[in-house]
Design a protein around this ligand. Sequence first.
Ligand SMILES: [Zn+2]
Length: 234
Amino acid sequence: MSSAAVDARSDDGVRTWLDSCGIGSDVELFPVNQVHGSTVIHAAASLTEPPADADGLWTETPSNALVVRVADCAPVWILAEGDRTAFALVHAGWKGVAAGIIEAAVNALAGASTPVTGQQAPAPWKSAGSLTAAIGPHLRPCCFEVGPEVAALYASVPGALQPASALRAQRMRPDGVSLDLSRAIIARFEGCGVSAESVSVATACTRCNPALLHSYRRNGAGGPLMAAVGLLQR
Ligand SMILES: [Zn+2]
């Protein structure tokens, strides 16, 4: 994942950053047009230009670099190992998580027919229990104030909502509460049969770390953005 030294709004910016990491031009980038939805597409040569509306990608091809942009939402890397090895990268904010982006990615890796869109699904995956995942830096409960309409989406998720006293950032609304996005994401994984122990969580808050990370809540609309990239190594 790129740091605040990179503005990943353009593919050229991402490519320059990858070059600096020693990832050469033989790697093919697969970006998507993120819409805070639940669509996960197969990174394949037939992807459209401009990029399709989606918030996640998956691949079984090591030279395919999956790319999402984030600036408070969480990048989530998901690795499936077994008879077949495959990998997904997801852009997960409160809206996409509520819409089912985590389930869509797990289903894509599992070879299920729905709700994957785009390419034909592969052979069935053995078990969702063989998945491991990592949740990257995102807006943490110290800064993730949400109103009642968002809180209602997560009211049934244990630990996802915390009282306003958990917020260290200046309050934006009198009826706001704190959202623990990673807890909400983990709950979605657990619903897919993936244990919480299989999901790692980065504890850095994007808004609280200006020297290291970009943040939409801190910087406002228009960026900059961080890039999250996933490559499948064999
Ligand atoms: Zn914070």
